[in-house]
Design a binder for this molecule. Structure first.
Ligand code: 5GP
Ligand code: 5GP
Ligand code: 5GP
Length: 208
């Protein structure tokens, strides 16, 4: 795979379903600020190439600097919560995302702009609301993947990519939703290439 640390073609805006992160082999820990609301959270905004490859860690000199996003902390804690263990305040997660991915779109936006862009995209694509309106809600049942894809396409105008993981009973379940965004980080676009989905045809949308 070619990994050129330069330009990029589009972003994947990736949201994670906390129920599926926690209800899996990796288990989870709630952030120090408390259990997140039962909603999709931001995982990241990832520069990508249209051949499916992507640049990463593009600028070793651009370290995450909390003082640049001080004003965004309440929103980041709410919409970009960390679920890994041990419990953290989010800084480790945001640092990882900025340094691995954000540094590859520095030609388009600085650190503050990058986090603002992700928060705005989250506001624009309210997946939980969209799914609920389509009668798809976190419960013990199974859904056809295609019905979830269709609902999101209907609600946002664009076809998303879906990633699943498995729960302790090996049931396939909705873990992450990928939406594509133009290089300015503001407008959703049709995906030039969908991520490799690993979902069964019928999947769970687990409670959180
Ligand atoms: P995994 O191996 O779990 O699929 O991915 C591990 C990490 O690699 C992700 O959290 C993300 O940082 C990065 N990654 C995986 N797939 C993609 C992709 O299609 N595009 C980009 N830009 N990063 C990805
Ligand atoms: P996969 O099995 O999904 O192709 O990739 C496994 C891991 O290899 C990903 O999680 C990611 O960390 C890395 N990887 C795959 N393709 C690329 C790429 O184009 N660029 C970079 N930087 N890492 C990649
Ligand atoms: P990526 O998969 O984007 O390369 O990176 C995910 C990294 O962030 C991993 O090192 C993971 O432990 C950490 N991380 C911290 N909190 C979270 C979370 O809530 N979800 C995910 N997927 N990764 C998290």
């Amino acid at each position: 795979v070619l990994c050129v640390a330069q330009d990029f073609d589009f972003f994947y805006f990736v949201q994670q379903w906390p129920g599926a992160y926690c209800d899996s082999r990796q288990r989870c820990c709630y952030p120090k600020t408390g259990k997140p609301t039962a909603d999709f959270g931001i995982h990241g905004l990832w520069p990508n190439y249209k051949n499916g490859g992507y640049p990463s860690n593009c600028d070793r000199d651009s370290v995450f600097d909390e003082s640049q996003i001080e004003d965004l902390l309440p929103q980041l804690q709410k919409f970009w919560p960390t679920l890994s263990c041990p419990s953290g305040d989010g800084v480790k997660f945001w640092t990882h995302e900025w340094e691995k991915h954000g540094t590859c779109s520095e030609s388009e936006m600085d650190q503050h702009d990058y986090f603002v862009a992700a928060l705005k995209l989250k506001e624009k694509a309210n997946l939980l609301q969209i799914l609920k309106s389509a009668g798809i809600r976190p419960d013990d049942g199974f859904y056809e993947v295609e019905s979830i894809v269709e609902a999101i396409k209907e609600g946002t105008g664009f076809r998303p990519g879906m990633e699943c993981n498995v729960d302790s009973s090996r049931n396939s379940q909705l873990y992450q939703v990928y939406m594509c965004v133009d290089t300015s980080g503001t407008e959703f676009i049709e995906c030039p290439i969908l991520p490799k989905g690993r979902c069964g045809s019928s999947i769970q949308f687990p409670r959180f």
